[in-house]
Design a protein around this ligand. Structure first.
Ligand SMILES: Cc1cc2nc3c(=O)[nH]c(=O)nc-3n(C[C@H](O)[C@H](O)[C@H](O)COP(=O)(O)OP(=O)(O)OC[C@H]3O[C@@H](n4cnc5c(N)ncnc54)[C@H](O)[C@@H]3O)c2cc1C
Length: 444
């Protein structure tokens, strides 16, 4: 019999499988897609990399990915705007009349966000799980004494922050949802594509692609996992499918999951966040900026465009849709989406914006193997719910994946660390993360 079945070959599942395999266990990974990586997915059909899922390491300091990427010899480019920062790197900010901020306006804007963020933390210090980010933002702004336009700019920025960081509307997100959201150190992206990491981790593992798990039964003797390609038995299983898949009940668990795990699955939110990449025939935006940003009400729905030309080697901008907009565009044609993005961009740059020569658009909420982009702390839930999902069930069933990691949910490194934690639970001993890259060769 197998020791461990891992369901899902995303970064969490591959991490757990790799560490257990290195410890001498017999491990099989069952993956429904025809590829590994899950929400790390690099599209190379155009001859360069387009990361349709994760693209950033969100902060190199104290991040396990920093050493892993160095060990694997992967090329990175500094791009420290990945977490919806107000500044930190040059951004071409535009006011409500679409005029570019001057130096003083930029300084004022950064100071305002800093002031509001400090007040926000103070405001929510005593808040329970039921307060929404929207209510906390209003209580915060009421304390500033700012005029309407100044307060509204920060209000809209907070709205976009939850859309991007949580994939949800500000009213759906808990006031404490972004408590863990600090970025330590620079952020980087990958010219060669971020899925090089999961592809490297897959090396040497027994991974069954195109194998969809439909049921997991547990008993005193272990687990029986039912798939569309037969049954597998093992002493235990680690389930790493996305929270959206668990919420939809796509896998039947027998006996039913206990409340310690089922409660958080029900309470936490699964956000929607999509990417729209536009490749242009020539560059029309300033050379020295990381991003173009529209502030205030004109920023609805599209507001920030990131210059990702360094990845593709072509003039390319990336913009995001989060929350309701992300779900709405999934019902639209590519042409409608591109037209609406261009409309907003032309509001700033006018006729200088040419027709794009190519575009890439993601639709993660309609992907049946994701059913959303990443988890978030919804109103009525807490960060503790993330970690509670990882409570081992009857010693036979473990959950891992970004949604189970309360300290850094919704990230690649959070998912990786959740896989590491599951392996340590199973082995009952600390496992050095260095095991992950042992025997792997740097990229040529
Ligand atoms: C658009 C987007 C942008 C993002 N940007 C960033 C970023 O820049 N930086 C960052 O750190 N994070 C980012 N994230 C989040 C990051 O991608 C995820 O947190 C992380 O990749 C999740 O890994 P995981 O192993 O938990 O889940 P997944 O990668 O989703 O792996 C789970 C696997 O389970 C498989 N599966 C599902 N159902 C079944 C089934 N029934 N049977 C068998 N297999 C099944 C899936 O196919 C998948 O391969 C982004 C996510 C999205 C969607």
């Amino acid at each position: 019999m197998l020791d461990t079945i891992v369901v899902g070959a995303g970064i969490a599942g591959l991490t757990a499988a790799r560490l257990l395999h290195a410890a001498g266990q017999r491990v099989v990974v069952l993956e429904a897609r025809d590829r590994v990586g899950g929400r790390m997915w690099t599209d190379r059909t155009a001859g360069f990399s387009v990361d349709r899922g994760a693209s950033w390491i969100h902060g190199l300091t104290d991040n396990p990915l920093t050493d892993i990427v160095a060990e694997l010899g992967l090329e990175t480019v500094e791009f420290t705007v990945g977490s919806f920062q107000a500044g930190g790197r040059p951004i071409a900010d535009h006011d409500e009349s679409r005029r570019r901020f001057d130096r003083a306006a930029t300084a004022q804007w950064l100071a305002d966000v800093e002031t509001a963020d400090a007040l926000f933390l103070d405001t929510i210090a005593g808040s329970g799980d039921d307060e929404s980010y929207a209510d906390a933002a209003e209580r915060t702004l009421a304390r500033t004494g700012w005029d309407a336009e100044r307060a509204d700019r920060v209000r809209v920025f907070y709205r976009h922050r939850t859309e991007e960081q949580c994939g949800a509307e500000i009213e759906q997100v808990a006031a404490h949802a972004l408590d863990e959201d600090a970025i330590d150190g620079d952020e980087v992206i990958f010219p060669g594509g971020y899925d090089a990491v999961p592809r490297a981790f897959a090396d040497g593992l027994d991974i069954r692609l195109n194998t969809t798990v439909t049921a997991v039964d547990r008993s005193a003797s272990g687990v029986r996992v039912t798939t569309d390609g037969g049954e597998f038995e093992a002493a235990r299983a680690i389930v790493t499918v996305p929270l959206g898949v668990l919420k939809a009940g796509a896998i039947a668990f027998t006996p039913a999951l206990p409340d310690t795990v089922a409660g958080p699955i029900a309470r936490l939110g699964m956000g929607a966040f999509n990417k729209v990449f536009l490749r242009f025939p020539e560059r029309f935006w300033p050379d020295d900026v990381y991003a173009i940003r529209q502030h205030g009400r004109p920023s609805l729905p599209w507001h920030s465009w990131y210059d990702v030309s360094a990845v593709s080697g072509h003039p390319m901008l990336l913009t995001f849709a989060g929350g309701d907009l992300a779900r709405a565009i999934e019902q639209q044609s590519d042409e409608e989406i591109v037209a609406s993005v261009l409309d907003a961009l032309r509001g700033i740059h006018g006729d200088a914006v040419p027709a794009p020569v190519a575009h890439w658009i993601t639709r993660w909420a309609s992907d049946p193997l994701a059913l959303g982009s990443y988890s978030y702390v919804a109103t009525g839930s807490s960060h503790a719910d993330h970690d509670a999902m990882a409570t081992p069930v009857d010693g036979a069933l473990h959950f891992a994946g970004e949604a189970t990691y309360g300290h850094e949910p919704a990230t690649v490194h959070g998912a990786l660390l959740s896989g590491h934690r599951a392996a340590e639970h199973i082995l009952g001993a600390p496992v050095p993360l260095a095991e992950l890259t042992r025997g792997l060769h740097p990229a040529g």
